[in-house]
Design a protein around this ligand. Structure first.
Ligand code: ZN
Length: 246
């Protein structure tokens, strides 16, 4: 009688142990990640992508000196303000931002948007010449110019993703874009609202070493609404944020 009452319990216990070992082994085999699995998992684990809250993922990429646009890059364009255009997929966001700012009594004046690669080259050359006229050696002038004007294919303006925004009367008191734009109501409005339209202030003051670009409170880059909010919250430049997300 004793043996009969013990045996079923032992059988159940042994079965359970074998089953748990089997499950454990299966989990280990299935989830032991190779490096390419890890990369894939990291990419799939962008919270927005899995939660399907991300918008305009096409616009979430780096364009800088190390990450130029491909030579065969093309873009469909649409008007934003006056003759200024952006990628047609984000032009509507910019138009809405300008319209909503105006409704708040703030006139956002676009002074640069999409720029062709050829125009980029011309800008770089004319600015270099200007610096030479101001007394810099040609090497120094070129170096300084490249700090402010990106090489062709490396500017977000070439991609049709960036806007330079100033006040309507800017040129009455300035002969250049300068960081005192940060003292305007336009800058305050953009700081509070640009992310709602998918735009970030791309070159923050405290990260010039990372972006390799001077502080540009007037330069706004489209990354989509989801990432614009995340980047604003993180207070990190796109270079850092991009790395931590991929
Ligand atoms: Zn710009």
């Amino acid at each position: 009688m004793k043996a009969v009452s013990v045996r079923p319990a032992a059988v159940i216990a042994v079965t359970l142990v074998i089953y748990l070992l089997y499950i454990g082994f299966q989990q280990l085999v299935m989830h032991f990640p190779s490096s390419s699995d890890k990369l894939r998992a990291a990419q799939e684990n962008i919270p927005s992508a899995t939660e399907r809250r991300v918008d305009n993922l096409w616009a979430y990429y780096l364009i800088n000196a190390e990450n130029p646009l491909p030579r065969d890059f093309t873009v469909g364009l649409d008007y934003v303000q006056g003759s200024f255009m952006l990628d047609e997929r984000c032009a509507g966001y910019a138009r809405q931002m300008i319209e909503d700012a105006a409704a708040d009594g703030v006139q956002l004046t676009v002074v640069s948007a999409y720029r062709s690669v050829q125009k980029q080259q011309e800008n770089l050359e004319s600015y270099t010449k200007r610096l030479i006229r101001e007394g810099h050696s040609s090497t120094e002038a070129r170096r300084l110019a490249e700090k402010e004007i990106m090489l062709p294919y490396t500017s977000e303006h070439n991609a049709g993703l960036a806007l330079d925004i100033l006040t309507p009367d800017w040129w009455e008191t300035h002969d250049d874009v300068t960081d005192d734009f940060e003292n305007t109501e336009q800058f305050r409005w953009l700081s509070e609202n640009a992310h709602r339209y998918g735009f970030i202030m791309r070159y923050p003051k405290e990260y010039e070493n990372v972006t390799k670009i001077i502080y540009e409170p007037w330069h706004y880059r489209f990354v989509g609404v989801y990432y614009a909010e995340k980047i604003k919250e993180s207070r990190l430049p796109l270079e850092y944020f991009y790395k931590t997300n991929f």
